[in-house]
Design a protein. Structure first.
Length: 439
């Protein structure tokens, strides 16, 4: 507090060296210190004046450009900007009671905390793409892809936070909305409701033409969603793969874009029973570990011919063993959507590729001529002492009114791959593990 009194000249002396009995004005502040968090805010401090003078007035100024202040009806309103620096800072609001060049001055000290984050974005635009259950099995949590930015997700030089979110199916598909709540960062490959996944969630900075971006993923954090009338309040605190921290906040509407296309009731295009010719095919088996979070361990089998011709299968088996070195376990794998031990994952439509277990047939130009999910039945695996393996397929398609049998047998030496050390980019032909987004 720096009181400066320069008002004695306002009173004329009646005689030389004689000062009349006068009472000077007094300026009293309700408080002289404001302590502010890194987020800033608006604060009010009342003041009072006694022994006022005609034509005198209150003037308010600030020592720093991150502080604004104004006077109205004996209240000083102080607005403090967000502190984006890693160091605390201080400044003053100077309050003067002034008449001409004479004044009384007092000050309010503003102390602000340092920011806790390496990146802070007060966003102004939010868009959300809705994919329903197109990216997983029918009936699984529905997918929302939220993009929050300072300029617009597809605008040059924009900073964009992207959240690959999963929610329960909406009550009203004609009125899409995000459920209020806290969404933590989930596990890779998992689609638990009320989470966002690390697989496709990231912070991106677009180039000038918005044709490319530099992106970084997250290792920890959560997104909080609130509703205030028709507006959303979004608040995300995140940690990226470099160990740096992010804080994103947004208040306003969200523009929803509906890309949901429900899967057809029947995906099979078979018109008769089908026996696959696998005599020239090879089998590549990839171990994915507990990719889906079933508690079982996925063996991804791809039976195919060179040049993408002839008959082919994609089969996902659920093993009870977390063991790549032992190869595909012997056993009968019942086709099921459960993910249980010794089951094969039932084929299901998943945009843009099919997921689970499927039959394909290709012509000489590698165009598909037959497609069908393996909807029920059994897939048997037998490992022989000479190092070869036999896979027998005895299944049905998903045409429940006119079902068609799908059979085939393959015997040979399996080509093995371990994918558990590179799960960040597991998309493969015939697999629904690649999302149709402009990232």
């Amino acid at each position: 507090m720096l009181p400066v009194v320069a008002l004695s000249g306002l009173y004329a002396c009646t005689e030389k060296n004689e000062v009349p009995d006068v009472v000077f004005p007094e300026l009293t502040l309700q408080d002289t210190v404001i302590n502010v968090g890194e987020e800033g805010g608006v604060f009010q401090i009342a003041y009072s004046l006694t022994h006022t003078l005609d034509s005198a007035f209150v003037a308010v100024s600030c020592s720093e450009d991150w502080i604004e202040a104004r006077d109205s009806e004996s209240i000083i309103t102080v607005t403090v900007d967000r502190n984006e620096l890693k160091t605390p800072r201080s400044g003053d609001v100077i309050v003067e009671y002034r008449l001409g060049n004479n004044f009384i001055q007092k000050s309010i000290q503003v102390n602000q905390d340092a920011t806790l984050y390496d990146y802070i974005l007060e966003a102004s635009d939010a868009v959300c793409e809705y994919y329903g259950d197109m990216l997983g099995m029918p009936g699984t949590p529905h997918n929302y892809y939220l993009m929050v930015s300072d300029l617009g997700w597809d605008v040059g030089n924009a900073k964009v936070y992207k959240f690959d979110m999963f929610l329960p199916a909406p009550d009203n598909a004609n009125r899409l909305a995000l459920l209020p709540g806290t969404y933590p960062l989930g596990e890779p490959g998992r689609t638990e409701p009320m989470t966002f996944t690390p697989d496709f969630s990231m912070y991106s900075v677009n180039n000038q033409s918005a044709t490319e971006n530099v992106s970084i993923g997250f290792t920890d954090g959560e997104l909080t969603v609130e509703l205030q009338g028709e507006d959303y309040v979004l608040d995300a605190v995140l940690k990226d793969v470099n160990g740096e921290t992010h804080h994103m906040i947004y208040t306003g509407p969200i523009q929803f874009k509906d890309y949901y296309e429900p899967a057809p009731d029947v995906s099979s295009i078979l018109t008769d029973d089908f026996t696959a010719d696998l005599t020239r095919a090879r089998l590549e088996a990839t171990f994915d570990g507990d990719y889906y979070g079933y508690g079982t361990y996925i063996w991804y089998l791809h039976i195919l011919n060179d040049g993408w011709t002839g008959d082919s299968f994609i089969i996902e088996l659920c093993s009870p063993y977390n063991d790549f070195s032992g190869g595909i376990p012997d056993g009968r794998y019942a086709v099921s959507s459960s993910g249980d031990e010794f089951t094969a994952i039932q084929g299901y439509a998943s945009y843009p590729f099919e997921s689970g277990s499927w039959l394909y047939q290709y012509d000489e130009q590698a165009a598909q001529t037959k497609v069908s999910p393996l909807y029920s039945g059994v897939i048997s695996v037998t490992n022989h002492t000479d190092g070869t393996t036999t896979v027998e397929i005895d299944c049905m398609d998903d045409n429940l009114d006119e079902p068609h049998k799908i059979t085939g047998t393959w015997t040979g030496t399996v080509v093995y791959n371990d994918n558990t050390s590179s799960m960040s980019s597991p998309a493969r032909p015939g697999s629904g593990r690649s999302l149709p987004r402009k990232l």
